[in-house]
Design a binder for this molecule. Structure first.
Ligand code: PMP
Length: 303
């Protein structure tokens, strides 16, 4: 996710040089929790070069994840909001930026770091247009009674990584996990959405998924585009027969899936509904849609 090294990292209350942002080798970092947030260039309604998308909801989820693992958050949500903004400003990023607040146990207390890096958006680029092959992998998504997928702990990503390795070794772009019941769950770092007969369908929280903020955003936007939505279980075979499939997440935005297990989805091209939702999402994140301005937090208010 971090494509280049930043100059500065926010760590335990202050901005430090990238190389100074270290923890001890004995730290149980895998028991930490984290978030992935994006800031986009601003399309004009707000006076800021870039704005963070749904920062409040991401920080809320971070605190909920921390609760599950009994991590004592020593900073308030207000302080972490300011710290996230401060991290981007310290690095002087003014293009699309990916930010990760990370919290992990440090004795009885916690350590907190915020790392940011510029990234290429997917929407509106060749990455969105190109064919994407996915594969249902043999690894099942972690069950909620063993390692809860809805608490964003680093440990969960060992499971994601096994699926990604299997998919990549089979020449695919990414994995699709089934849950313990054998029903469609999610991908690695992204949720799955499907379109059939003009309806937007996505598996429920009980299908071992992370409560994705992008999924929530798209369900809301779909309603505004007068698309019917269905949150329900989907079987593997039903998924093969969908008109359109895409994965969604902060990092993946809306990424069309054109082939699963060697089976062409729909006509094998980016679907009409996928494109409509992606275009609307792209407008929302760059502050072109007045009614969703509340989802955006300006980074450089003084500009
Ligand atoms: N599932 C998993 C396992 C993830 O790591 C992510 C990325 N946070 C998502 C789904 C998508 O969530 P969001 O839309 O909140 O980024």
């Amino acid at each position: 996710m971090f494509t280049e090294q930043s100059k500065f990292v926010w760590m335990n209350g202050k901005i430090v040089e990238y190389d100074q942002a270290t923890v001890h080798v004995t730290a149980r970092t895998y028991l930490g929790v984290f978030e992935g947030i994006k800031a986009y260039p601003c399309g004009g309604i707000l006076k800021s070069n870039i704005t963070l998308f749904r920062l409040k909801e991401h920080l809320r989820r971070l605190y909920n994840s921390a609760k599950v693992y009994r991590l004592n958050m020593k900073y308030s949500e207000r302080e972490l909001t300011d710290a996230t903004i401060e991290t981007i400003r310290a690095n002087e990023y003014r293009t699309c930026t990916y930010v990760q607040p990370r919290v992990w146990p440090a004795g009885l207390a916690t350590s907190v770091a915020i790392v940011a890096t510029p990234v290429k958006p997917i929407l509106g680029t060749d990455e969105f247009e190109r064919p994407h092959k996915y594969r249902v992998v043999s690894w099942r998504r972690i069950p909620p009674d063993a390692l809860p997928p809805d608490a964003k702990c680093f440990a969960n990503y060992a499971n994601s990584q096994l699926g990604t390795i299997e998919a990549r070794e089979a020449g695919c772009d990414g994995p699709i996990f089934l849950d313990q019941r054998g029903l469609v769950s999610e991908s690695s770092g992204s949720c799955i959405m499907m379109v059939k007969g003009g309806r937007l369908i996505t598996p429920p929280l009980t299908a071992s998924i992370l409560e994705s903020i992008t999924r929530d955003t798209l369900l809301t936007l779909a309603g505004e585009l007068d698309l019917e939505t269905e949150v329900r279980d989907v079987t593997r075979v039903e998924m093969y027969g969908m008109d359109e499939v895409f994965v969604c997440g902060t990092y993946m935005e809306v990424t069309p899936v054109t082939e699963i297990d060697g089976i062409t989805i729909g006509d094998g091209k980016v679907g009409t509904m996928t494109r409509r939702l992606a275009n609307y999402y792209a407008d929302v994140v760059v502050a072109k849609i007045e009614k969703h301005i509340d989802w955006l937090t300006p980074v450089y208010e003084e500009d």
